[in-house]
Write a protein that binds this ligand. Structure first.
Ligand SMILES: Nc1ncnc2c1ncn2[C@@H]1O[C@H](COP(=O)(O)OP(=O)(O)OP(=O)(O)O)[C@@H](O)[C@H]1O
Length: 185
């Protein structure tokens, strides 16, 4: 069974860009885990496919039973990723990719998932700021928050917590390294 791969790095470093290319090149090889939520299903959403839908009581019980890698509450609903959801992807014969932040990385390290850890780094904080501004999706306030979270992420990467660090300077070069790490266990 393939080991799950945890991809982290500051917001705006290019994780989505690289993942999108990887999925386009290998449509069937990878999977994302199905999240749990207490919000009601929307029209067309399938339990177990779009989300694992549950009651608040069930969700809280699962938190107590330490079933989550991470969970959070947004506008009254709970959302989270269970250890089992990641294992399910591996059992389906796919490589599970987790795109999570530093806290998530630390949590995965506390499980028996035996993951591999990849950190995507911006060439500099200044470049990161330019990319976040260039993406045009964030307010100035949100950019400042992401920049300060980025410093903490970069400090954590310096502790050697990851198996591989890729600097996303030249996109083509970064993609070659990204693919190489992911495909070669
Ligand atoms: N090597 C690169 N050179 C220049 N621009 C890049 C490069 N890689 C990504 N970008 C651009 O930087 C911006 C941020 O990239 P992306 O949205 O993939 O980041 P992300 O890490 O997924 O962020 P988030 O965690 O917030 O989703 C995008 O506008 C993207 O086109």
């Amino acid at each position: 069974m393939s080991r799950p791969i945890v991809i982290s790095g500051p917001s705006g470093t290019g994780k989505s860009t690289l993942l999108k290319r990887l999925f386009a090149e290998y449509p069937d090889k990878f999977g994302f885990s199905v999240s749990n939520t207490t919000r009601k299903p929307r029209a067309g959403e399938v339990d177990g496919k779009d989300y694992h839908f549950s009651t608040i009581e069930e969700f809280k019980q699962a938190i107590e039973d330490k079933k989550f890698i991470e969970w959070a509450q947004f506008s009254g609903n709970y959302y989270g990723t269970t250890i089992k959801a990641v294992k399910d992807v591996s059992e389906q014969g796919k490589v599970c990719l987790l795109d999570i932040d530093m806290q998530g990385v630390k949590s995965v390290k506390g499980t028996d998932l035996n993951a591999r850890y990849l950190f995507l780094s911006p060439p500099s904080i200044e470049t990161l700021r330019q990319r976040l501004e260039g993406r045009g999706t964030e307010t100035q306030d949100s950019i400042e928050k992401r920049i300060s979270a980025a410093s903490a992420e970069l400090d954590y990467a310096k502790t050697g917590a990851h198996d591989k660090i890729i600097v996303n300077d030249d996109l083509e070069k970064a993609y070659v390294e990204f693919k190489d790490f992911i495909l070669n266990e």
